[in-house]
Design a protein around this ligand. Structure first.
Ligand SMILES: [Zn+2]
Length: 116
């Protein structure tokens, strides 16, 4: 499976940057910072009970999952939240239709990633 990609030209540059960094595995989660030798706590900044990794933040963590689930329900998508890669694939496939609803979905996804 290749790296997922999303076109985010309609979003603020900071959201585009964070989304791009996350999609390409460059998000500096605590597991990465610990490998670099930084003296920090290992726990997830959201739940405080798991090692903070990209897969944990998106979407093993109960808090980020709850946020994303709430937004999906607000957009009238009832589905189970999957792993980071599978969510990206779902967004990519779903947003091919380029309707306003799908554009909003993509923007919300990028905002959740940026916010988390
Ligand atoms: Zn967590």
């Amino acid at each position: 499976m290749g790296k997922p990609s999303l076109s985010l030209s309609c979003l603020p540059q900071t959201s585009v940057y964070v989304m791009g960094s996350t999609l390409h595995g460059r998000l500096r989660t605590k597991d990465v910072l610990l490998k670099w030798g930084m003296q920090i706590t290992r726990d997830c900044v959201l739940c405080g009970s798991h090692l903070e990794t990209l897969p944990h933040l998106f979407f093993d963590c109960v808090y980020s999952t709850e946020v994303w689930q709430g937004i999906l329900l607000w957009l009238h998508w009832k589905r189970t939240i999957l792993t980071w890669e599978r969510e990206c694939c779902w967004i990519q496939q779903t947003c091919k239709s380029r309707t306003p609803r799908e554009a909003l979905l993509k923007a919300c996804f990028a905002s959740v990633v940026h916010g988390v």
